[in-house]
Design a protein around this ligand. Structure first.
Ligand code: ATP
Ligand code: MG
Length: 221
C-alpha cells in the first residue's frame, strides 16, 4: 500500500503539488488525469522515488521513504516499481534482449536465470520473435511492449505508467492497455497517467489533478 501525506513540491515560488494526500491499495488500478502542467508526472515521479518532495511523506508498505539515503532509495525503487513512459526510453543501440536484461543484471541475477526470465516476459508482450532486433528498429507499439517487458522483468508489485499510450495509435494504445489490464488482473498495482477518457475507464479509480491539487477521486463502476 502507498500512503501519501500532505505532499508538496515547489520550484522556487511555484507550487507544482499542493498538499496531496491519498492512499492507494495493493492491486488497485488508478488513472491520474488532469490538464497539462497539473502535476501528474511530478506526483508519479515522487511516488516512484525518481524525484523527491519539498515536504510531506510517502509511505510504501509501511516504510517512510523520506529520509532514506540514495542507496536505500535506489534499492526501494528497483524492487518496488516498474516504469513505463510515453517516450519509451529504451537504449536504442541495444537489442530487445539486452534492454530487458539490464534491470536483471542490476539485480544480480545469474545469466541462465536472466535468459529464462527475459524469454518469459518477452513472450508475455508477444515480442519473443524480435529479441535480437535493435531497439531503434522497432515500431512505436513494439517499443512500448518491450518497455513493459523491461518494467515487469524484476516482478515489481507496482507499475508506474506515465502516458504509456501517448505516442501510439489507437490500435497499439489498446494493446498496451490490455497488457496493463492483464498485469492488474495478475495482482499488480497500476498507477497510470492518461489524457484519454477512454483509457481512464479501464482503471478502478480516477484521480483528477488541477493546479497541483486533487480535485476529484472517484471509483469507476
Ligand atoms: N524542474 C522543474 N522546474 C520548474 N518547474 C517545473 C519543473 N518540473 C516541472 N515543473 C512544473 O511543474 C508543473 C507540473 O509539471 P508536470 O510535469 O507534473 O505536469 P503534467 O501534469 O505531467 O503535464 P503533462 O500532461 O504536460 O505531462 C508544470 O507547470 C511544470 O512546468
Ligand atoms: Mg506529464
Amino acid at each position: 500500500m502507498i500512503t501519501v501525506n500532505n505532499l508538496t513540491k515547489t520550484y522556487g515560488k511555484f507550487n507544482a503539488l499542493r498538499n496531496i494526500s491519498l492512499e492507494i491499495n495493493d492491486g488497485e488500478f488508478v488513472a491520474i488525469i488532469g490538464e497539462s502542467g497539473s502535476g501528474k508526472s511530478t506526483l508519479l515521479n515522487i511516488i516512484g522515488q525518481i524525484d523527491f518532495p519539498s515536504s510531506g511523506e510517502i509511505i510504501v508498505d509501511g516504510e517512510n521513504t523520506v529520509g532514506l539515503d540514495d542507496k536505500e532509495t535506489a534499492k526501494l525503487r528497483n524492487s518496488t516499481f516498474g516504469f513505463v513512459f510515453q517516450a519509451f526510453y529504451l537504449e536504442p543501440t541495444y537489442t530487445v534482449y539486452r534492454n530487458v536484461e539490464i534491470p536483471l543484471i542490476l539485480k544480480g541475477m545469474k545469466r541462465k536465470d536472466r535468459k529464462q526470465r527475459i524469454e518469459e516476459v518477452l513472450n508475455s508482450v508477444d515480442m519473443q520473435d524480435k529479441l535480437k532486433n535493435k531497439a531503434s528498429n522497432l515500431s512505436g507499439g513494439e517499443m512500448q511492449r518491450v518497455a513493459i517487458a523491461r518494467a515487469i522483468a524484476n516482478n515489481p508489485p507496482i507499475i508506474i505508467a506515465d502516458e504509456p499510450c501517448g505516442n501510439l495509435d489507437t490500435k497499439n494504445g489498446d494493446v498496451v492497455m490490455r497488457l496493463l489490464r492483464d498485469l492488474h488482473e495478475q495482482g499488480k498495482t497500476i498507477l497510470m497517467v492518461t489524457h484519454s477518457y477512454e483509457h481512464s475507464k479501464w482503471a478502478d479509480r480516477v484521480i483528477k489533478l488541477c493546479d497541483g491539487k486533487i480535485v476529484s477521486d472517484e471509483k469507476n463502476n
